[in-house]
Write a protein that binds this ligand. Sequence first.
Ligand code: GLU
Length: 313
Amino acid sequence: MTGRFAPSPTGVLHLGNLRTALLSWCAAKRDGGRWLVRMEDLDPVTSSRDHERRQLDDLARLGLLPDGEVVRQSERFDRYRAAIERLSADDLVYPCYCTRREIREAAAAPHGDGLPDGAYPGTCRESSDEQLRAHERDGRRAALRLRTNGERYTFTDLVLGEVTGAVDDVVLQRNDGVPAYNLAVVVDDHEQGVDQVVRGDDLASSTPRQLHLHHLLGFRVPAYAHVPLVVGPDGSRLAKRHGAVTLDDLAARGMTDVQVLRLLAGSIGVVVPPEATAAETAAQVAEKVAAGFDLASLPRDPWRFDPSGDLPR
Ligand code: GLU
């Protein structure tokens, strides 16, 4: 069994990210599996090595150490381009010159064909060569999209149960040449031998697209567990504006890393026996969390955390 955590190094990990990391770690370790960390740093503008270092440090503070080297998507563009080539050879790729605005406007129009909200309506799919040349003359640069046919995918999520969704003409490569998330994640999960994906349930709607790409590329599909997110006292997804949400913020309010780990363990339905010794390390506690973890006992509702309230000790 190989699981993974795939953060984007675009900021400091907050309690919500750390909880998802812990969940993916427990789900892999419980069965003696491996746990990988992949940096999803496709976007050179928003990603940084400083954030990456900081994120790995924070994971280590909770005893979550990757098995094997950390992989960076920014160093794997050739792999993603090779996958696009394979899809192209099957005539499954076409250039798209639409601007964001054009897509927004077209996507807002009712499709009536069961496409997911915000799905690309396929404007450039049937463009003539003359139209394509006109876009080039206008100085537009093409993104690359997958040619789909209204396929629908159903998968059995380990947390959400049966999920069905439509597939659209997803972007494979942005118009600045950067490979797109949905493609990169599929290529990486396959090439890294990931067979269990535990991630936030905000990504469940992307999964049918990814399943489709897995099938087209002939890859084996991993098991998916989309876990509930952490929300602040107002019910919206936990964010910096809610207050003390990072390990450093919580340390400044007097919580040790082990206390944070115990708090997160409680939130995922694991009761960790009291400390054996005062010197117990996060790594030792994390082992106990994994041993007591069961996806079946994971609360199905978002975990509400109030960072400005009384913090547990
Ligand atoms: N990089 C994505 C994120 O930080 C996660 C992607 C995934 O787990 O598939 O939200």
